[in-house]
Design a protein around this ligand. Structure first.
Ligand SMILES: Nc1ncnc2c1ncn2[C@@H]1O[C@H](COP(=O)(O)OP(=O)(O)OP(=O)(O)O)[C@@H](O)[C@H]1O
Ligand SMILES: [Mg+2]
Length: 448
């Protein structure tokens, strides 16, 4: 815990900066948790899309300036823009990478921490206005294991960068709490008795687990480190599932399995690295280069299925990465509800679409594509139980949260180990921020 150095009154604010969605919560004087809400496409939502849009404009004297927008406004502006700027998502997934220091946009380098700080700053301002309180402090969530992290040092490095981003966004003090522990605090608030619980938080970037004792009795006697039996996590979740859908469903329709004649041989029409860039949709704009243009033009001439290569060219030239990702998400969501669905991606004029893909897909197929991811998740949960010396029978309840906990195959992992009766779920997009606000109040009361 850091010493209090600030003169400002610190409010109990919880800040969940998520890979896909972010939320901010406040524990107010009435001991109620209040969630900030954000206008989004005509409605109000409690989660803010963690996206950033950088666009260029000309000032009166003709100079070029860059302008940054965040959240739903970023998406709206991007979709309306004639001349597209750069839409960036999943920034949190790069925090552990020592080689990724930032990115170049319009010929200028931006540090990752500063890009994240833009988003945090907007969220902070918006929440402060809504809560009618200045925000100088936050309890910030962190995954057990960041995306791409291989060692505890990588995780420490990611946290130090996140701290730097919060400082750059104007926070005077931040503390960190594990995201699943925060979700546990939110769940605990609903309890009238103590329980040993397993939390599973499945987001866009990471899947995180904690095993801990919670409840009114635990709170009354005061939490001890022994209440937390262990944590585990893997740096994969919803984004990884999306990437599998692109690889297995979308890329083949764009020629990834297609061949082209080269002398007397048949070879892959387009090099695999081009499709790898489709799997992270916001990398698609990196493919608008003369080199790629040349490769694809010559592939289209030689390919046995030139129409697939043409669709790929259109996707890249029209910079449809965001729209493609929306279609991928839509089919994924549908497969959470139904046994089968249709992937549908249609762009251009209604009479003459430039791309029109309709591909049926079953939940079973989707589950086979994410099989390795599911195994990694299972391993992580089993290790947590083994390392804590806890038999699944001893766990009173399992609480599942985060958007990717809607995936039936993810839920099944818990059903087979614990039975459906012991599983609870809810507040998929806000439980972490809610719990962080409660943890913020605990931290402030301990340090005051
Ligand atoms: N109905 C659904 N079925 C399947 N996946 C879903 C559904 N709804 C949301 N998702 C996925 O949930 C993920 C977002 O969840 P969430 O907002 O909890 O993540 P996050 O907190 O931003 O990420 P992280 O915790 O990893 O930093 C996205 O990958 C999204 O596609
Ligand atoms: Mg999350």
């Amino acid at each position: 815990m850091e010493p209090m150095q600030t003169k400002n009154k610190l409010e109990a604010v919880g800040f969940d900066f998520g890979t896909t969605n972010s939320s901010v919560a406040l524990l107010n004087e009435g001991s109620e948790v209040q969630l900030a809400s954000f206008p989004s496409f005509g409605t109000e939502v409690q989660s803010f899309r963690s996206v950033l849009y950088l666009e260029q404009y000309r000032t009166g004297d003709g100079a070029r300036r860059t302008h940054a927008l965040t959240g739903p406004t970023a998406i709206e502006r991007y979709l309306q823009a004639e001349e597209k700027g750069r839409l960036i998502q999943s920034l949190k997934s790069h925090l552990s990478s020592r080689s990724l220091t930032g990115t170049e946009v319009f010929g200028r380098r931006y540090k990752l921490e500063d890009l994240i700080a833009r988003m945090l700053g907007d969220l902070r301002k918006h929440a402060a206005k809504q809560f009618e309180k200045p925000i100088h402090y936050a309890m910030v969530g962190r995954p057990v294991r960041f995306v791409g992290s291989e060692t505890p040092e990588d995780d420490d490095f990611a946290v130090s960068r996140l701290r730097e981003a919060f400082t750059a966004a104007g926070f005077e003090r931040v503390d960190f709490e594990l995201e699943p522990v925060a979700a546990a605090c939110a769940y605990e608030a609903t309890l009238d008795h103590d329980e040993l619980i397993l939390i599973g938080d499945f987001g866009g970037g990471t899947s995180d687990f904690s095993l801990l004792h919670v409840g009114p009795g635990v709170r009354r006697r005061g939490r001890t480190p022994q209440d937390l039996l262990g944590n585990s996590g893997v740096g994969l979740a919803g984004d990884a599932f999306d990437a599998r859908i692109v690889r297995k469903l979308v890329s083949p329709a764009l020629g990834s399995n297609s061949e082209a004649r080269s002398l007397n041989k048949l070879l892959p029409a387009v090099p695999a690295w081009i499709y790898a860039n489709l799997e992270r949709w916001h990398y698609l704009s990196f493919l608008r280069t003369n080199n790629v243009r040349e490769i694809l033009k010559s592939a289209r001439i030689r390919a046995l299925e030139p129409e697939k290569i043409q669709a790929l060219i259109t996707l890249i030239e029209e910079d449809l990465g965001y729209q493609l990702h929306q279609a991928v998400q839509k089919v994924k969501f549908e497969l959470s509800r139904n046994e089968s669905a249709e992937f549908h991606f249609r762009e251009g004029s209604p009479a003459d679409p430039s791309i029109d893909l309709r591909i049926p897909v079953t939940r079973r197929e989707f589950e086979s594509w994410i099989e390795n991811d599911l195994h990694a998740i299972e391993d992580s949960i089993d290790k947590l139980l083994t390392n804590s010396g806890i038999h699944p029978r001893a766990v009173d309840r399992v609480f599942l949260t985060g958007g990717s906990s809607f995936v039936p195959a993810v839920r099944r992992i818990f059903e087979t180990r614990f039975g459906g009766d012991r599983i609870r779920s809810g507040n998929e997009f806000t439980s972490v921020a809610h719990g962080l606000a409660l943890r913020a109040a605990e931290a402030l009361s301990q340090s005051s």
